[in-house]
Design a protein around this ligand. Structure first.
Ligand code: PGA
Length: 248
């Protein structure tokens, strides 16, 4: 049974006092126990929030990491540092990292391997641009990304990865993919994982949808039974909205 996951992606928002206030408000909420709850926060907040979330059932995630453990990589955060702060998850290959920071699939693959080696669950993002969707090549695009990103990863490790399908045109735009479009892609991804690995891996891997997920559309995605949760940006930045997403 795949446990649903609602993952907030704060992106580059909140100074420390706001992050602390938000997290305190969050932990005081009553949440659905059957849903896994996660906030992926800017790395400067990880230390403080790790203390606040200790003993709660809200998991902590980073939004990025480098694949090496230490060394001359100015500005980067290592998996060892995340592990030390008891970080459970790390977003890898978000479209903003791919587009703005020019991360390619080779680097993303190394990051996924490194996260797994440090017992941090990678949330691997994939998705097509509007242009690719209009040309009808969205499945090819996602397939290419995933083949590259899963290179050299065993079936046992692959089953631990969380995939987030995020069509780029739906991120932060208010334009949500229709349930049918999201479902079609997620079914396609599961089939692909089954071909790359086996049906057992495909059945256990969790696949999220992301892109303008809100309290008023999350239920429809979840009711498909195929979409295992959401990676949520904007709507995760208010404690009551995050709670409403979890309690869909
Ligand atoms: P959004 O962002 O919910 O604000 O569209 C999702 C994401 O980029 O992870």
């Amino acid at each position: 049974m795949r446990k649903p996951l609602i993952a907030g992606n704060w992106k580059m928002n909140f100074v420390t006092s706001e992050a602390v206030e938000f997290t305190k408000a969050l932990v005081s909420n009553k949440f659905n126990d059957d849903v896994e709850k996660l906030i992926c926060v800017p790395s400067v907040h990880l230390s403080e929030l790790s203390k606040l979330l200790k003993g709660t059932d809200i998991k902590l995630g980073a939004q990025n990491m480098y694949f090496e453990e230490s060394g001359a990589f100015t500005g980067e955060v290592s998996p060892t540092m995340l592990q030390d702060l008891k970080v459970d998850y790390v977003i890898i290959g978000h479209s903003e990292r791919r587009e703005i920071f020019k991360e390619d699939d080779e680097m993303i693959n190394k990051k996924v391997i490194s996260a797994l080696a440090h017992s941090i669950t990678p949330i691997l993002c994939c998705g097509e641009t509007l242009e690719e969707r209009e040309k009808g090549v969205q499945e090819e695009k996602v397939k290419t990304q995933l083949i590259e990103d899963f290179k050299g990863i065993s079936a046992e490790d692959a089953a631990k990865v969380v995939i987030a399908y995020e069509p780029i045109w739906a991120i932060g735009t208010g334009k949500t993919a229709s349930t049918e479009d999201a479902l079609q892609m997620i079914v396609f991804i599961r089939k692909m994982i089954s071909e790359l690995y086996n049906s057992e891996t495909a059945e256990s891997i969790r696949i999220l949808y992301g892109g303008s997920v809100k309290p008023d559309n999350i239920r429809e995605f979840m009711e498909t039974g195929e979409i295992d949760g959401g990676l949520v940006g904007g709507a995760s930045l208010k404690a009551d909205s995050f709670a409403a997403l979890v309690n869909y």
